[in-house]
Design a protein around this ligand. Sequence first.
Ligand code: GRF
Length: 233
Amino acid sequence: MTANRLHPAVPPNERDRPLRLAVLISGSGSNLQALIDASQRGDAPFEVGLVISNRADALGLERAARAGIPTQTLSHRGFETRAGYDAALAELLSEAAPGLIALAGFMRILTPGFVEHWQGRMLNIHPSLLPSYRGLHTHQRVLAAGDPVHGATVHFVTAELDGGPAILQARVPVLADDDPDRLAARVLKQEHHIYPLATRWFAEGRLALSSDGRTQLDGKPLDSPVIITADTA
Ligand code: GRF
């Protein structure tokens, strides 16, 4: 590491391995599956220790159960405020004490206090080349704009929605005959590659968020995310 100051959430070192992840989901959980699959490879420096869903019917819960991973459902119904929900979520997480939280299609906006607590130890994957197309319906919006390239971004989570420092992006060409579903499927395939890769970097202690809010990889600040360009397959 260089003289750059790191965020107080010090990256894991050898003794913390395998790094224990809590993955937060709301739906299909295909990114969760990619993380589980990667964690089950022999040399993986991380494991999925807990999956939390805000929806009881999330398919991702079945994926976790199939892999023998403990799950919790914390429905947002019944909570009057976001802060109330996030306090309950914080309690579940503090019991599990993960080294990293991976948001994987978790369809809730988190409160600034929650995000602050986990800053530097919480990642998200978003289906666009951030900072373009924050928010929902990214594939439709990219097609409507006629963009030639689309993709996905893994980033640190900050209080700004889809606005935290980017780490890794996969660029995916937009094809002439694309519709939102076809384009989404090709982007998702790349998500399944880049999310486990960025998680591995974090678990290996190569990736951190510095105190000045920049992504650091291998001790150097990243001016722009690492980019992987997918072929058209
Ligand atoms: C993915 O497109 C991810 O980028 C976004 O939500 C979707 C989740 O899909 N944040 P899955 O539940 O991982 O299949």
